[in-house]
Design a protein around this ligand. Structure first.
Ligand SMILES: NC(=O)c1ccc[n+]([C@@H]2O[C@H](COP(=O)([O-])OP(=O)(O)OC[C@H]3O[C@@H](n4cnc5c(N)ncnc54)[C@H](OP(=O)(O)O)[C@@H]3O)[C@@H](O)[C@H]2O)c1
Length: 329
């Protein structure tokens, strides 16, 4: 069953997620959608120093040298002055640091128009962060959760606020698994654990959209894009796809459209996008749908984990060897 499902998904991907898929879809794009001024609007982008999203204003980055390079590119391309582009160095896989950063940011800045959760990772071997959370989960789910939850009140105070989450079409083969968020059960398959966190991002987006009608939420798949992450995390796939992979600009297109265009703001909040269009968040076989109770359980667990990290005194996270098992699960 899963082989059949994965084959269907892959064939669909060859058709839609590649460079030719983008070129076909882009025939329906309206170029006027991005012909607009964004002067005065502020953007926070995570993971903006390499790969798909290199955009404007506030960056939220892990590596200082790469951040400076990214800032130079942004200043050059956008016409912004250096003082309008801020770099914040934060490891998004470290939950407590994300929370501290987001709280400080909320106090320091009067508004934020757009938050783009782009940073992501695929870790093949099970490892945990300082708080004992599995690394894919900590980065792709918990980092996004803490940053977005903490900054939502600031977004709500701002004009035309939007949140965009860069997920992956890989999530289509995953059903939300609220009973094993730390991937402790069974064989650890990093690709599937990554895909599970990307499903979690889609569920989160839908829940946030319901809970926060003043903010426009969307989640998207960039397609299969030729980025450092793909060549590093999936070298065989990268080699096999070669020229068929999308360029970085093609991968970023829908993120940019969702972040800027008026057309995007007119769409329903909480949807999953591909090439500027809302698309189903499930394959035609409905086995990946979750019940309300399962979703509620997932949301409750996230909140409990986040609160537990936030309420622990610093000293508990200073063990240089790190915990061998999650402390809060
Ligand atoms: N490329 C694809 O085909 C594809 C397909 C589907 C979805 N996506 C999604 O697209 C997003 C961007 O991926 P990409 O392909 O552009 O990968 P990338 O080239 O590796 O870029 C990812 C960015 O996230 C940053 N990042 C990773 N872990 C971080 C952490 N713990 N703290 C702070 N920043 C961190 C990276 O910073 P460093 O460079 O400093 O590590 C980098 O700037 C990800 O969410 C990915 O899941 C990509």
């Amino acid at each position: 069953m899963s082989l059949y499902r994965n084959t269907i998904w892959f064939l669909n991907g060859i058709h839609q997620y590649t460079r030719t898929g983008y070129e076909a879809a882009s025939k329906d794009f309206d170029p006027k959608d991005l012909d607009l001024s964004i002067v005065g609007r502020s953007f926070m982008i995570t993971g903006a120093n390499s790969g798909i999203v290199v955009l404007y204003y506030i960056l939220y980055i892990e590596n200082k040298d790469k951040a400076e390079d990214a800032r130079a590119v942004i200043v050059n391309e956008s016409g912004n002055t250096v003082s309008e582009v801020y770099i914040h160095i934060v490891d998004i896989s470290e939950t407590r640091k994300v929370w501290e950063f987001a709280e400080a940011f909320k106090k320091q800045y009067p508004s934020l128009n757009v938050l783009i959760n782009n940073a992501g990772c695929m870790v093949h071997k099970r490892e945990v962060n300082t708080e004992g959370l599995e690394r894919n989960f900590a980065t792709n789910t918990m980092g996004v959760y803490v940053l977005t939850q903490t900054l939502t009140p600031l977004l709500q105070k701002s004009q035309d606020p939007r949140v965009i989450i860069v997920s992956s079409g890989g999530m289509l083969v995953q059903k939300l698994r609220a009973d094993d968020l730390q991937s402790e059960k069974g064989y650890f398959d990093g690709v599937m654990v990554y895909a599970q966190t990307k499903r979690q991002q889609v569920v989160l987006t839908q829940q946030w959209a319901k809970a926060n009608p003043a903010v426009h939420f969307s989640v998207m798949h960039p397609g299969w894009v030729d980025t450092p992450a793909v060549s590093r995390s999936m070298p065989q796939f990268h080699q096999m796809m070669g020229e068929r992979l999308r360029s970085i600009e093609q991968g970023a297109d829908t993120v940019v459209w969702l972040a800027l265009s008026r057309a995007a703001a007119r769409t329903c909040s909480g949807q999953f996008f591909q090439d500027r269009k809302p698309v189903p968040a499930h394959l035609p076989l409905a086995w990946t749908h979750s019940s309300t109770a399962e979703i509620q359980r997932f949301m409750t667990q996230l909140e409990i984990l986040a609160r537990a990290v936030q309420s622990q005194p610093d000293a508990e996270f200073k063990d240089p060897l790190g915990p061998s098992t999650p402390q809060f699960v």
